[in-house]
Design a protein around this ligand. Structure first.
Ligand SMILES: Nc1ncnc2c1ncn2[C@@H]1O[C@H](COP(=O)(O)O)[C@@H](OP(=O)(O)O)[C@H]1O
Ligand SMILES: [Mg+2]
Ligand SMILES: [Mg+2]
Ligand SMILES: [Mg+2]
Length: 337
C-alpha cells in the first residue's frame, strides 16, 4: 500500500512510461529527423564534383532548350521590361531548362544557394539527382578534389541566354550557363551551346577544356557588343578606339565571351574585346568571368572594378572583357559613361 492509498503496479508504471516516451517521440520525431538530415548534408563541397554537376546541368537544360525550339512550342511572352524599355522575353524553353538545371543542382546539394534567372511558380516536383560520376575529360584535366565550405558558395544559372534571339530562331547565339562563386569570386564557369552540342568549362587554378587564341589585336580591337540591348555602345567604342572600329553585334553574353576564345567552331564569330554598357545581371556574366579568369583574362566593370558575385543579381557598371592583353590599359582608353 502506498502512502496515498494508491497501489502502483510495476507493470502499470512500465506501460505508463512507454506511453509517455511514445508521445514524446511522436512530438519530436520530425525535429529529430530534420536534425539528422541537416547533419548529413555536406558541410563542404568538392569543386571538381561541382564542375561535373554544372556541366551535366547545362547539358540537360540545353536538351530542353533544343527540344522546345524544334517542337516550335516556345509560347513566348513578355515577363516585363528592361530599364531601357525592351521586352524581357520568357519562353517554355527558359522555364523547362530552369526546372532541369535548378532541381538537379538543388536535389544533389540541397544546402547550396542557387540563383536562377527564372522561377517555377508551378513548383513541379523534379526528382533527378546527379549520379556523382565525374566525366573522364574532367578527371584527366583536374587530378585533385578541392573542398570548400558549402556556405561560401553562390551558384548562378542562366537556363537560356539570348532568349530574344531564340524567339527569332537565331539558334547560334543561344547558350545555357552555370557559374560557381566562392565568397563572391567566380571559380567555375560552364557555357553550353545546345544547338551545336558544344560545352566550354573551366575551374580557376584547376584546368579547362578551352584555350585563349594565340593573338589578339590590342591596338585596333574588333569589339563584340549586344544586338538587342546595345544602348550607346557603338558610340562608346568608337570614342575609345576610333570611328573605323569594327563592331560586331551579336546575341547572348555567353556567345560573346566564347567569341574571345579559341572555340572549335568556324561559324562562331571571333572578336578581341567584349563591351556592354547597359544594365546586366550576374547569371548572364558570371560563367564568362570564370572562364576568362581561368585562362588569364578579365571581365570587369567599365571602370575596371572586379564584380562581386554574391548578394544581389545586379551589375550596374557595364562590362569590358579581354584576354591576353593589358586589361588596365584597355580600361584607361574607355570614355566616362
Ligand atoms: N539592359 C539590360 N537589362 C536586363 N538584361 C539585360 C540587359 N542587357 C542585356 N541583358 C541580358 O543579358 C543577356 C545578353 O544580352 P545581349 O544578347 O543583349 O548581349 C540576355 O540574357 P537573357 O537572354 O538570358 O535574358 C539579356 O536579357
Ligand atoms: Mg531573360
Ligand atoms: Mg542571359
Ligand atoms: Mg536567360
Amino acid at each position: 500500500m502506498s502512502p496515498m492509498g494508491i497501489r502502483l503496479s510495476p507493470l502499470g508504471v512500465i506501460i505508463f512510461c512507454l506511453l509517455g516516451l511514445g508521445v514524446i517521440y511522436h512530438l519530436y520525431s520530425g525535429v529529430i529527423a530534420n536534425r539528422i538530415a541537416s547533419f548529413r548534408q555536406a558541410k563542404t563541397v568538392d569543386l571538381r564534383e561541382l564542375l561535373a554537376l554544372s556541366v551535366e546541368a547545362a547539358v540537360l537544360g540545353g536538351q530542353e532548350v533544343k527540344r522546345i525550339r524544334e517542337e516550335n512550342a516556345l509560347h513566348e511572352k513578355s515577363k516585363g521590361k528592361t530599364r531601357e524599355g525592351a521586352k524581357e522575353m520568357l519562353t517554355t524553353g527558359d522555364l523547362f531548362s530552369h526546372r532541369k538545371m535548378f532541381n538537379l543542382i538543388k536535389n544533389t546539394f540541397p544546402n547550396l544557394q542557387v540563383n536562377s534567372e527564372e522561377h517555377d511558380d508551378a513548383s513541379v516536383h523534379e526528382t533527378s539527382v546527379w549520379n556523382h560520376v565525374i566525366p573522364e575529360d574532367i578527371r584527366n584535366t583536374i587530378s585533385e578534389s578541392r573542398e570548400v565550405p558549402a556556405e561560401s558558395i553562390t551558384v548562378w544559372i542562366d537556363p537560356l541566354d539570348a532568349t530574344q534571339e531564340y524567339t527569332e530562331d537565331l539558334r547560334q547565339y543561344v547558350t545555357t550557363m552555370v557559374c560557381v562563386a566562392v565568397d563572391g569570386v567566380p571559380v567555375i564557369g560552364v557555357i553550353h551551346k545546345p544547338f551545336s552540342a558544344y560545352t566550354a568549362w573551366a575551374l580557376v587554378d584547376g584546368g579547362s577544356n578551352i584555350k585563349a587564341r594565340t593573338s589578339y589585336n590590342e591596338k585596333s580591337p574588333q569589339i563584340i557588343v549586344s544586338r538587342s540591348h546595345a544602348g550607346k555602345v557603338k558610340a562608346f567604342a568608337q570614342k575609345a578606339f576610333g570611328n573605323d572600329t569594327v563592331i560586331i553585334p551579336a546575341g547572348g553574353a555567353g556567345y560573346k565571351v566564347l567569341s574571345l576564345l579559341d572555340i572549335p567552331d568556324e561559324k562562331h564569330e571571333k572578336a578581341d574585346v567584349y563591351i556592354h554598357v547597359t544594365y546586366i545581371k550576374k547569371w548572364d556574366i558570371c560563367a564568362g568571368t570564370a572562364l576568362l579568369k581561368a585562362l588569364g583574362g578579365h571581365m570587369t566593370t567599365l571602370k575596371g572594378e572586379e564584380i562581386d558575385y554574391a548578394g544581389s543579381e545586379a551589375n550596374e557598371g557595364g562590362l569590358v572583357a579581354s584576354i591576353n592583353m593589358n586589361h588596365k590599359a584597355l580600361v584607361d582608353k574607355l570614355p566616362n559613361m
